[in-house]
Design a protein around this ligand. Structure first.
Ligand code: DLL
Length: 433
């Protein structure tokens, strides 16, 4: 039964992973010319994989590899076997295209169902999906997982916030499925209408697709009066369903029988021991349509090895603290948006809405401005008061990052709201005001 797969005894899980890993490497080698060539170039043969540790013999796969093989170059089966396509939301360049066989879709719904179950969804729930349905994996991914659990699905898709709220109330929605930023925005819209979001009766949130700081999670929980759980995934591997939180809210359990995780040093590519922070790399262990070997996700996190009180034996991954490609180098200092967010979350005068505005000159960053919204309560006409808050934030940022950054306080509700993923880094010419 799929419900039991997160509870496999240690040795059994590793045996399954090893037999699947061996098969996946042979499968990719025999069916995807790209992998055959890559392995040959590194003088690796599938039979060299004899232990799970031997995975480090395999070369990495990158987003660039996927883009270069656009659209179907990494597919391992003829198109007659592919029953669904999804693609990454990347705004620049070619998207990453994923193809799923019938079995891939069955596995995917099971993976997402496990994530939903560990978050606490049950048959009595009415789950409103506010992820986009389309090439983005969020809508369809959560849809089939929730269906497998037996919840009643409201397949709303993203956008149209007023109507989302109306149906949420009328249909008695108990579970909200969305990005954390959209959950926060919906609460704001409800408040604008003079309503208390907590009155809507949501009991649980399944949030994913983007980072969610602890202060943002608390804010969402407080406003809606729900329990917020986070889940993680990416198009290149499958979509949502790679990992998710149980009720303990202490990291996200990985569907390890399907996705083998590693942590590497993002600079050297060397494997790092469990517990240490680095870039997470995944190898698919069961995929037919597009098997993926050692995909460098760009996401920075660590693997948690302590047993979870919930009894699940699969590893947990920590929350994502940044992306390798989100790092901004300003005057020689490396800055991740999450570091700025951490600082801002400790300042009571500002809301969770912020943006990092990048001023570029040729190929380097000349300046970085932190735009952050004041809360309704701290908004004032007093120039002195505003300057005091700005200075306070600037000082804390300086202490945390060892660099003086320009801080610009914005009026409440002035930064752009999103019905999908929040955009934290913007280029100067796109900035508000
Ligand atoms: O966002 C898949 C997804 C949909 C996951 C819905 C969960 C829920 P992509 O659009 O390919 O796929 O974006 C993947 O988003 O590499 C991370 O950088 C980020 N991401 C996804 N989930 C989380 C999370 C979907 N829980 C990229 N925390 C990933 C932090 C996340 N970042």
């Amino acid at each position: 039964m799929w419900e039991k797969k997160d509870f496999m005894p240690g040795g059994e899980l590793q045996r399954l992973q090893l037999s699947r890993l061996k098969k996946s490497v042979i499968y990719a080698y025999e069916n995807v010319p790209f992998y055959r060539k890559r392995l040959q170039e590194s003088s690796v043969k599938p039979e060299h994989i004899q232990t799970l540790g031997d995975i480090t013999l395999l070369p990495f796969t990158t987003k660039e590899d996927m883009r270069q093989n656009y659209p179907y170059g990494l597919f391992a089966v003829p198109m007659t076997e592919i029953v669904r396509l999804h693609a990454s939301s990347g705004t620049t360049g070619r998207p990453v295209v994923m193809g799923y066989t019938r079995k891939d879709l069955d596995d995917w719904s099971e993976q997402v169902a496990r994530i939903c179950l560990m978050a606490g969804v049950n048959k009595d729930d009415i789950a409103q999906i506010s992820f986009g349905y389309g090439l983005f994996t969020g809508g369809f991914g959560l849809h089939y997982g929730l269906e497998k659990v037996g919840a009643t699905i409201v397949p709303f898709s993203s956008g149209n916030t007023e109507r989302q709220l109306m149906l949420m109330r009328d249909f008695g929605t108990s579970v909200l499925v969305s990005t954390p930023s959209f959950a926060l925005y919906m609460a704001e819209v409800a408040e604008d209408r003079g309503e208390d979001p907590a009155g809507y009766g949501l009991r649980l949130g399944l949030f994913g697709g983007e980072p969610c700081s602890e202060s943002m999670r608390e804010e969402i929980e407080k406003k809606w009066g729900l329990k917020a759980t986070l889940n993680y995934g990416l198009t290149e591997i499958v979509g949502p369903g790679v990992s998710g939180e149980c009720r303990g809210s202490a990291g996200m359990h990985i569907c390890e029988d399907h996705f083998y995780p590693e942590i590497i040093d993002p600079l050297s590519g060397e494997p790092l021991p469990h517990g240490q922070e680095g870039e997470i790399v995944f190898t698919t262990l069961s995929k037919e349509g597009v098997p993926v070997l050692r995909y460098r996700t760009g996401d920075i996190t660590s693997l948690l090895t302590e047993p979870c009180p919930c009894g699940r034996t699969v590893l947990r991954m920590n929350y994502i603290t940044g992306r390798t490609d989100d790092m901004l180098i300003v005057k020689g200092v490396n800055i991740f948006p999450s570091q700025v967010e951490d600082v801002l979350s400790g300042v009571s005068e500002v809301s969770p809405y912020y943006q990092l505005v990048v001023h570029r000159e040729k190929d380097y960053i000349k300046d970085l401005e932190i735009q952050v919204e004041l809360t309704g309560e701290s908004f004032t006409d007093s120039f002195q008061e505003l300057e005091k808050i700005e200075q306070k934030i600037s000082n804390i940022l300086k202490a945390a990052l060892s660099i003086t950054l320009k801080v610009r306080l914005m009026e409440p509700r002035s930064l752009e709201r999103t019905t999908g993923k929040a955009k934290r880094i913007i280029e100067k010419d796109q900035a508000a005001g």
